[in-house]
Design a protein around this ligand. Structure first.
Ligand code: GLY
Length: 342
């Protein structure tokens, strides 16, 4: 097992790569435990936490809403959950986001941990302490910073994931390579097929390297005043695309990363060979590299993104594989830069 540690202002988090969900009980205090999960996990893994109270979420982004959260608060009251209770989120990105938000706000905060059951949750959503829900058309606009005490990343849970779900996580792994790690990029170029086939050794390596990269960034800038912005690479246009097209988060981020890479080339800081390499890897991973879309429609969607600051965004560019440059760019300039690309 490999352990990564986040030392946040909002708490300490241990991310346990290769730990088994079967050992969950070892990490739980001897108090009331409430498990928040999805129907899939509840169906297959209920026996692992026989004495815990269970709150089952429906699926999809609609769960990240005030309405859904209100229902969970009600259940917590009914279950007489108090400040000595412990909450565990077992599931994918939505379960982790909602559980973290609930645990950070109910009674001003309860102890909590995660078992991440999708690749996306293991490499991204369960790590970092940001817990957000959506409001109106804004993604993650209401939220908290609070670190889960532990995150269990059990690779055996990923073997039954549908391919689209695997690729969703793969996009965030590629992002980590592009912003911080040329070696991971080469590794993915060699091992992409094994990644798609969920080969345990490859999965364990890419999850571990991704978590190491994300933890190191979060350890330096938990509250996203500077460095942490690089984790948003590909997400400015990605979130815009996600709003206006039926794309998974990973597909939208992949296309968003290509737009950001092409903009970086247009600005003269990234060479064509690097752009072609990124495109080649994303294509191998069956992720989209271009989504036909109307530029003004996309610009309107991304202006509504929560990262809007005054009239622009801190846009993450690449100056090489593993090297980023963050620039404050106005929406007008971004639209002009996207001309010929989107
Ligand atoms: N929980 C996801 C993040 O902090 O980025």
């Amino acid at each position: 097992m490999i352990t990564h540690q986040i030392e946040g202002l909002s708490g300490q988090s241990r991310i346990l790569i290769g730990e088994s969900l079967n050992n969950l009980n070892q990490y739980l205090p001897r108090t009331k435990v409430v498990v928040i999960t999805d129907s899939n996990v509840a169906q297959y893994h209920r026996a692992l936490f026989p004495s815990a109270e269970l709150i089952e979420l429906g699926s999809g982004e609609e769960m990240k809403s005030l309405g859904a959260v209100r229902g969970i608060y009600s259940r917590l009251v009914e279950l007489e959950t108090d400040r000595s209770s412990f909450i565990v989120g077992i599931g994918g990105g939505v379960v982790c986001d909602v559980t973290g938000f609930i645990a950070a706000t109910y009674m001003r905060g309860l102890r909590f941990g995660f078992a991440a059951t999708t690749l996306l949750a293991q490499v991204d959503a369960s790590v970092g302490g940001k817990n957000g829900i959506n409001f109106r058309r804004y993604k993650n606009i209401i939220g908290t910073f609070k670190q889960p005490e532990f995150v269990i990343c059990d690779a055996t849970l990923l073997t039954t994931l549908p391919e689209r779900e695997v690729l969703c996580g793969a996009a965030e792994i590629v992002k980590h390579a592009l912003i911080r790690d040329p070696e991971l990029m080469s590794y993915l170029e060699t091992n992409y097929e094994k990644l798609m086939q969920i080969e345990p050794e490859v999965i364990s390596h890419v999850v571990s390297v991704s978590v190491a990269i994300k933890s190191a960034v979060v350890n330096q800038d938990e509250h996203e005043h500077g460095l942490r912005r690089i984790l948003n690479f590909g997400h400015t246009f990605g979130h815009g695309l996600e709003k206006i097209r039926r794309l998974s988060h990973g597909e939208a981020v992949a296309a968003g990363m290509m737009i950001a890479a092409r903009i970086s080339m247009k600005k003269g800081i990234l060479g064509q060979a690097a752009v072609q390499r990124i495109e080649g890897l994303l294509k191998k991973l069956k992720l989209p590299t271009q989504v036909p879309v109307n530029r003004s429609e996309l610009m309107n969607a991304l202006k509504r993104d929560k990262k809007r600051q005054e009239e622009g965004v801190h846009f993450v560019l690449l100056s090489g594989i593993g090297k980023t440059v963050v620039e404050k760019i106005s929406f007008d300039d971004l639209e002009a830069l996207a001309d010929g690309i989107v």
